[in-house]
Design a protein around this ligand. Structure first.
Ligand SMILES: Nc1ncnc2c1ncn2[C@@H]1O[C@H](COP(=O)(O)OP(=O)(O)OP(=O)(O)O)[C@@H](O)[C@H]1O
Length: 312
């Protein structure tokens, strides 16, 4: 279990992490999402005691990480797969880590096997592909057989097989009852991998909810498409309810911020026929863009603004 309470980190005038409070529970994969610069890495670093919070706290298994006796047994992390001595073999890198942490050397061969690094483990890291470095980083995180795992962009640089392998691995780790916090920019992957989402923007919490709830659009604002022969009457009635209504171009109306039930009820009260009524289904990517639209710090000039900005 990871407990984050009022966690804040400022760098000069920049509030990299701003009063974050959330839990990461065991037995589930928690996806950690946010635009570039949102504060994900800084949060993970503070959880691991690598950065000092300006205020607030982060506990791992009920204690601050730096005060844990055997930290690698409590939590393992992949933060930066490049941070490995290039002249060492992958196996030697893991052996040094195991020795420093008082872990049995047999764990080294076990994790090499677990991540499928195989014979490459005896080669120098400088010859590794990005995907092999990711696997080595994940092996390092697993070394202490920890109850808590933090993976910052573990799918970076992996091919499709690699991505599927990471997905299976994190699902298995959560299935064993471990706590897994996973950041990724690959929304389709997150959709298939995570049970729960913590979404941040500009250091602040935007959503903390089961993925099914986020996917239902409860946090991004629902949208309903309705077809009626009495477009003007229904649009007027919906607008009087304070709902946002847009013509879709093919004669339907798009209603923002309402459920199908609400729109159906308004149609009934107004006495207009409804020929079609459907809540729009969104991909996690669309919902994510909707939620984080206001908090994107780095936008390409001329890039379209994400649609909608309804906030939970
Ligand atoms: N050591 C530092 N000194 C100054 N500013 C920093 C430092 N580390 C991070 N920041 C700033 O804090 C903010 C959060 O950065 P962070 O790397 O945590 O975001 P992130 O969500 O992990 O981004 P990305 O998805 O791009 O990895 C950014 O504005 C970043 O520039």
């Amino acid at each position: 279990m990871i407990e984050v309470r009022g966690l804040t980190k400022t760098y000069g005038a920049v509030r990299a992490v701003d009063d974050l409070t959330f839990d990461v529970r065991p037995g589930a994969v928690t996806g950690f999402l946010g635009p570039n610069g949102a504060g994900k890495s800084t949060t993970m670093r503070m959880v691991l005691g690598l950065d000092r919070p300006t205020s607030g706290s982060a506990l791992v298994g009920g204690r601050p990480f730096p005060r844990l006796g055997e930290p690698l047994r409590a939590a393992g992390a992949l933060l930066d797969a490049q941070a490995v001595h290039p002249g060492r073999s992958g196996r030697d890198h893991l052996r040094v880590a195991a020795r420093t942490q008082g872990l049995p050397l047999r764990r080294v061969d076990e994790v090499i096997e677990q991540v499928g690094l195989g014979p490459a483990a005896r080669r120098r890291v400088k010859g590794y592909s990005l995907g092999m470095r990711q696997r080595l980083g994940i092996a390092g995180a697993l070394l202490g057989d920890p109850a808590v795992l933090l993976f910052d962009e573990p799918m970076n640089g992996l091919d499709l097989d690699g991505v599927r392998w990471v997905r299976r691995l994190v699902r298995d780790l959560a299935g064993e009852g471990r706590t897994v916090l996973l950041s990724s920019h690959l929304m389709s992957e997150m959709e298939q991998t995570a049970d729960h989402l913590v979404i941040i923007g500009r250091g602040r919490l935007i959503a903390d909810a089961p993925i099914a709830e986020v996917m239902r659009g409860e946090h991004a604002g629902r949208k309903v498409v309705v077809r009626t022969p009495s477009t003007d009457d229904l649009a007027g009635a919906l607008l009087r309810r304070g709902l946002r209504v847009h013509p879709t171009g093919d004669g339907d109306l798009l209603v923002e911020g309402a459920s199908a039930e609400t729109v159906g009820d308004v149609a009934l009260e107004t006495g207009v026929a409804v020929h079609r009524l459907a809540e729009q289904q969104h991909s996690l990517e669309e919902i994510y863009l909707d939620l984080t639209g206001d908090s994107v710090q780095y936008r390409v000039a001329g890039a379209p603004e994400p649609a909608g900005q309804v906030r939970a």
